[in-house]
Design a protein around this ligand. Sequence first.
Ligand code: FAD
Length: 289
Amino acid sequence: MKISSILSGGGPFVSLEVFPPRKDAPFGPVKEAVAQMAELKPAFISVTYGASGNAQANTAEIASFVQACGTPALAHLTCLTSSREHIADEIADLRARGIENILCLRGDSPADASAASGPAPSFAHAVDLVRALRPSPFCLGGACYPECHPECAHIEEDIAHLKEKVDAGLDFLTTQMFFDNNVYFRYLARLRAAGITVPVLAGIMPVVNGRQITRICRLSGTHLPPRFQSIVDHFGDDPESMLDAGVAYATEQIVDLFANGVPAVHVYTMNKPEVASRIMGNLHGIVAR
Ligand code: FAD
């Protein structure tokens, strides 16, 4: 089922996320995580795409398994390091497997400098991938950054690029994680003022590893509000306490988003069915299934 059709059903909806096994790693543990998450009846499950090439081949297979579990799948696809032929092969594979939803992403530049000095990429930005795929009937999503993409100097410029990407044919957007809902609400107002009218799924990360999140947020420019920072400072060294606190904080964020009219939240569950289960359990009477 297309995500655009799901979203037209009103909500509130919650979607979950998994990453595929690395090349040559067993599929079993990831499929077990998918099966457990599918039982929670999320709106869809997204499957990330390894930018390094390491896990790329496995995205389509896991997305296919998501659908075999009775849940719509969203397959991520990055383009910066891919040729047009490779993208065409990936699309043909997704189509053959009955996947209807693709998250169109640029991906990050390879750390290897020699790769960066090679020929110009076929797809320099995600908008180029959207343009290549739009004639197709896939439901297409894209990423957006409430606190500005780290490579862009100004949020106005980032939103102008986003508008171009949406106008190329996106059906919905999913945000980078944020820990202060006001950041999302202010950003949404700016997108609407810029004429971006597609649904904007709010990306929520339940933090279960305090030390890791501090580093990730520093790299991605994500603001850690003092209330959240004190949770990390206090519970970050105790995994059990951090899990409780992280799930509670994420649940509170999601309830506040729904209470303020946001129709869909995407939870970055990262192959952790226990986290997904606790969050979905907390939202049992709230979420549409
Ligand atoms: P773009 O939309 O191309 O934007 C990248 C930068 O280029 C921005 O600074 C933008 O302002 C600028 N830009 C855009 N268009 C133009 C233009 N025409 N001219 C000049 N500048 C321009 N990474 C993975 O490897 N695998 C995944 O599965 C994955 N999933 C993700 C899911 C979500 C919801 C999010 C938020 C991110 C995900 N990422 C993933 C990370 C993503 O690939 C990186 O953040 C990457 O740096 C940017 O990708 P993008 O698609 O947003 O790029």
